[in-house]
Design a protein around this ligand. Structure first.
Ligand code: CAA
Length: 296
């Protein structure tokens, strides 16, 4: 299937069985895609009371979800499909209890050369995740190392299980982060902490990551996915159009000066007044009722 449009979905199961077989029945029924591509390295599911939350589970448990090229190609496709699907409000990327992802696949790149990296545009497909217009939540249990930590940072919000471990250990294997670690990490935690993490290769635990601002909240391991789904559902109560504009505006803060960022924000703010959902939101407030957003 080329897209995950609602017409091609079939509800096959009543319970979400995810992460060590825990049932998330209180988060609603799960949809599998009967005609979904046969992914080998990820699992793709739709959950939530309104079936509006797309979950992508990295699924190479024996390799601690090492991020090989085929995995990233599948991840990119799944993200693009959810981004196009109007019934999906937010996306969650997760792994398993032992690993979110232990980094780029060292076995795959072991014999790469400078010229093969250049010619192949090594790691370029990772941009599919950062190009997504919809909010992406990283739900991190276990190791998020190297490219795993970088993948989490490509997402918009990071929730962690209390046993999660983050790090940029590339220095241990004679290289440096190559998918944003040296650029995004300082923006999350500041220069001194980012330097310490990148130059030592040391891991930091979930509690420390929360204190530093890398992670927004920490939960018991078995609650992480449920809480991530709740967050996605909460975001899903808003106008998708306005959510997209809000995401663009926050992301712009990492790309520009304060002055031009404020201009960008103002243009988008004015732009919301060209939408029916802005009118509906304000009308609903004045009329003391819930808004009925139409994504228009
Ligand atoms: N690439 C390929 N395979 C990996 C891997 C990786 N990044 N991380 C783990 N694996 C494999 C191991 O080789 C092992 O496979 P075998 O059973 O075939 O030997 C399997 O996963 C289980 O791993 P361990 O036996 O090492 O498990 P552990 O519990 O003893 O240790 C760990 C866990 C501390 C995470 C350890 O596996 C580790 O240090 N992994 C590498 C972490 C790392 O260096 N990541 C950065 C990669 S480079 C990068 O990401 C570049 C970039 O910026 C894009």
């Amino acid at each position: 299937m080329s897209s995950v449009s609602s017409a091609t979905r079939v509800l096959l199961s009543k319970n979400v069985i995810f992460n060590s077989g825990r049932a998330l029945s209180n988060t609603g029924r799960i949809k599998f895609y009967s005609t979904a591509p046969q992914y080998e390295n990820i699992k793709v599911e739709v959950v939530g009371q309104k079936k509006n939350v797309g979950i992508i589970q990295l699924n190479r448990p024996k390799a601690l979800n090492a991020l090989c090229k085929p995995l990233f190609q599948e991840l990119g496709k799944a993200v693009r499909d959810f981004d196009k699907d109007e019934t999906i409000s937010a996306i969650i990327i997760t792994g398993n209890e032992k690993a979110f992802a232990a980094g780029a696949d060292i076995k795959e790149m072991q014999n790469n050369t400078y010229s093969t990296n250049q010619k192949a545009g090594f790691l370029q497909e990772w941009e599919d995740v950062s190009n997504c217009g919809k909010p992406i939540i990283a739900a991190v249990n276990g190791f998020a190392l190297g490219g795993g930590c970088e993948l989490a940072m490509l997402c918009d919000i990071i929730y962690a299980g209390e046993k999660a471990k983050f790090g940029q250990p590339e220095i241990n294997i004679g290289t440096i982060p190559g998918a944003g670690g040296t650029q995004r990490l300082p923006r999350y935690v500041g220069k001194s902490k980012a330097m310490e993490i990148v130059l030592t290769g040391n891991f930091i635990d979930a509690q420390e990551a929360e204190k530093m601002g890398l992670v927004s909240r920490v939960f018991p391991v078995e609650k992480l996915l449920e809480e991530s789904i709740k967050l996605a559902e909460r975001i899903g109560t808003h106008s998708p159009l306005i959510v997209k504009m809000a995401k663009q505006a926050v992301n712009q803060a990492y790309e520009t000066t304060l002055k031009s960022g404020l201009q960008f924000e103002k243009s988008l703010f004015y732009g919301t007044f060209a939408t029916a959902d802005r009118q509906e939101g304000m009308n609903a407030f004045i009329e003391k009722r819930a808004p009925n957003f139409k994504n228009e």
